[in-house]
Design a protein around this ligand. Structure first.
Ligand SMILES: [Zn+2]
Length: 160
């Protein structure tokens, strides 16, 4: 390619008009590479490529910050309360008496003849059985057997 002054001016003009290097070469009867090489040597301003033109031509909409809709009536908890929450009020322990064990039957004592006279109130601490040696054929020791039969006799007398 013999770059005459006219050719160079033609190149500059076509270049300025924004033709593609291929189009310029076609109009000037030279190769695209010749156009590109000469334009480079002439320090012609680089033209934005079609891709760049598209990128710059249309301003992309700036992404809007996503705002999550706030449910009405809900106060956003942005900050935690500075004051440490007071501990839950310690409720005075209500003395709930444990249910008294229902004594359905007096336990059997390993010595078969242990006095099963109850001492104390059933279900209360300290309640126990006498556990002394019972009289033969009696569920109580002599002492308690006397009490038991006295009471039985009193009850009979009261009933009569
Ligand atoms: Zn006894």
């Amino acid at each position: 390619m013999d770059w005459t002054v006219e050719a160079i001016e033609r190149l500059r003009a076509l270049w300025a008009e924004g033709h593609s290097t291929a189009e310029i070469g076609r109009r000037m009867g030279i190769s695209k590479n010749a156009v590109v090489g000469k334009a480079h040597r002439l320090n012609l301003p680089a033209r934005p490529s079609p891709i760049r033109r598209d990128a710059n031509g249309e301003a992309l909409p700036r992404p809007q910050p996503v705002r999550t809709p706030r449910p009405a009536g809900v106060v956003p908890r942005l900050t935690l309360p500075q004051v440490a929450p007071s501990p839950a009020p310690v409720l005075a322990p209500v003395a709930v008496p444990p249910p008294a064990p229902v004594v359905r039957s007096f336990p059997r004592f390993s010595p078969a003849r242990a006095c099963c006279w109850p001492i104390g109130e059933p279900g209360q601490p300290g309640f126990r059985f006498c556990a002394a040696e019972a009289l033969t054929g009696k569920p109580y020791c002599p002492e308690h057997a006397a009490v038991a039969y006295v009471k039985a006799r009193d009850r009979r007398e009261d009933a009569a």
